[in-house]
Design a protein around this ligand. Structure first.
Ligand code: GAP
Length: 525
């Protein structure tokens, strides 16, 4: 599947538009149109339903306790000091000293070319998402230069990113036609800054949140005190996050404004690996359940040097997008240990420990001496800072994966068609109601059915043009079912239902249509 075709369809059919397009757009920002907003809402609702309201049973067959929060985007800046974002949430960047273009240092790849037993004499540069793509582009560039006799044949290439290239190498700019040199890498903080209140000075600086997670950590105490939750339990949040990415790229994949669906799952430290395993499995299953082909999806354990400052271990759930040679991150499932709650306890001065009352009641006879009992109560396993497992998914990245996965071209009766094969739960429109012809009482019957279904599902009424063309339009919008009112409907009150993927049709009584749709759209993993 070519990305250009998908991007064109998304614009033409109202899934995704460039933000402020009429003014030339703004890099890294996107708007969702009428179909896109429904798709995205369905994704968020499926996640909330399957993870928060009805999560799969735990590893020992137990019910999983989950609640949600919806926190402010702008928080007290101390939150971001405590979380480590002010000091460490940065990407290394490099600038071209000539054309002034700025790059993320780990997306510029150099090939150092050397004759046998000789030092590197020529350096080529390209911009790429990962090493395989970079190697392919650099090899093509090397061959081109050999053909043009600009460099000799038989030079061996060593590849490094601009972040780790040896200091003696030249650092050419990868922009086509630019012969400038890049600077050494410098750290660039990704948080967007703003000012709160009438004063614009250092005392009023605040940040647009770069992740929804910290709203959850900052409310851990509030949630614990206002509910009767006991460990283990999870707190979930869906919402906007903002990062001033150096190079937004690959359509919506790396944006500057995006949405996250995050869970912070709090548990006893001794059980944290069990829960890490549980969430990894649950989250992978969720994607396959919603129609993502398992061969394009893979879990990948991050290497120690890739881990974020808070993480003991992270598994990225990756998807092979058509724009990349290697799978890219859809979601990270991180074992954050006690890092965040410890930091917030330290910076806020508020107690963030958890007292396991049940374990204490069970064991207290073991401590007949009151002094020893008091001492035991303040220590693990009775009092401790919970550990956290965090499945953190990107709404926009999954929306993009769903769009890529759904896009298909086939032939129906010798005619080519483009069809979006969305999982019925995610499809923006669930069914289209179509009178076969725009007369003989069919529009009236179709309209009555439309009105009945409208209160329960997102359905669409269309009476314009030949029915074949109306089917094609719905196929392109990814509508799983088309319900047609025809001559027979007027006689026996049955209608046809057409399946988008097989194009097969079957008849059902008009009054059974809502039930039939409900059955086919039923949630659950
Ligand atoms: N709280 C942990 C956290 O934020 P992350 O790996 O930085 O971890 C989690 O982000 C998810 O958010 C990613 O897996 C991705 O789906 C999404 N995400 C991160 N940066 C993004 C960006 N610039 N554009 C779109 N989605 C992004």
């Amino acid at each position: 599947m070519e990305m250009e075709k998908l991007v064109a369809l998304c614009r033409r059919r109202g899934f995704i538009f460039q933000s402020s397009e009429i003014y030339g757009g703004i890099n890294g920002f996107w708007d969702y149109g009428p179909l896109g907003v429904e798709l995205k809402r369905n994704i968020k609702e499926a996640w909330w339903h399957d993870m928060v309201q009805n999560p799969p049973l735990g590893p020992d067959g137990q019910e999983i306790a989950m609640v949600g929060v919806d926190c402010a985007i702008i928080m007290n800046p101390k939150v971001w000091q405590a979380s480590g974002h002010v000091d460490t949430f940065a990407d290394p960047m490099v600038d071209c000293k000539k054309c002034r273009k700025r790059y993320r240092a780990d997306t510029v790849f150099f090939a150092g070319l050397a004759a046998p037993e000789q030092p590197v004499s020529i350096v080529l540069a390209v911009e790429a998402t990962e090493k395989t793509e970079a190697a392919r582009l650099l090899q093509a560039e090397q061959q081109r230069l050999v053909k043009k006799r600009k460099i000799s044949d038989g030079l061996t290439a060593t590849i490094h990113t601009a972040k780790e290239a040896p200091p003696e190498w030249a650092r050419p700019c990868p922009a086509p036609g630019c012969d400038g040199q890049l600077t050494e890498p410098r750290q660039f903080n990704l948080m967007f800054e703003t000012y709160v209140g009438a004063l614009k000075d250092a005392s009023s600086v605040a940040y647009l949140r770069p992740e929804t997670a910290q709203g959850i950590f900052a409310n851990f105490r509030n949630v614990l005190d206002s509910t009767r939750l006991k460990l283990p339990f999870g707190i979930a949040q869906v919402g906007k996050a903002f990062r001033n990415e150096i190079n937004p790229r690959n359509y919506t994949f790396r944006s500057r404004e995006f949405e996250q669906m995050e869970i912070e799952f709090f548990c006893h430290p001794a059980e944290s690996m069990k829960w890490y395993q549980y969430w990894r499995e649950v989250r992978i299953k969720w994607y396959t359940h919603l129609g993502v082909q398992s061969e394009r999806l893979r879990p990948r354990e991050q290497d120690k040097d890739e881990l974020a400052h808070y993480s003991i271990g992270t598994t990225d759930i990756e998807y092979l997008f058509p724009f990349a040679d290697e799978p890219q991150e859809l979601e990270g499932v991180a074992h954050r240990g006690a890092y965040d709650l410890t930091q917030h306890a330290k910076f806020s001065g508020k107690d963030h420990t958890y007292f396991d009352e049940d374990a204490w009641q069970r064991d207290k006879e073991q401590y007949p001496d009151p002094k020893a009992a008091q001492e035991a109560k303040t220590k693990e396993p009775y009092r401790f800072i919970p550990h956290v497992v965090e499945p953190s998914a990107g709404v926009d990245r999954f929306t993009l994966a769903v769009l890529c996965e759904a896009y298909a071209e086939d032939e129906i009766g010798g005619e080519p068609r483009t069809v979006m094969r969305f999982h019925p739960r995610l499809a923006p429109i669930k069914a289209a109601i179509l009178p076969l012809v725009n007369k003989e009482g069919m529009p009236e019957k179709a309209h009555a059915l439309y009105r009945e279904l409208k209160s329960q599902f997102n359905v669409f009424y269309d009476e314009k043009g030949a029915v074949g063309r109306r089917y094609r339009r719905q196929d392109e919008a990814g509508t799983p079912y088309c319900i047609t009112i025809d001559g027979q409907t007027l006689q026996d009150a049955t209608v046809t239902i057409r399946d988008r993927d097989t194009t097969q049709q079957w008849r059902v009584p008009m009054q059974g249509v809502a039930e039939e749709l409900r059955k086919r759209l039923r949630p659950g993993m």
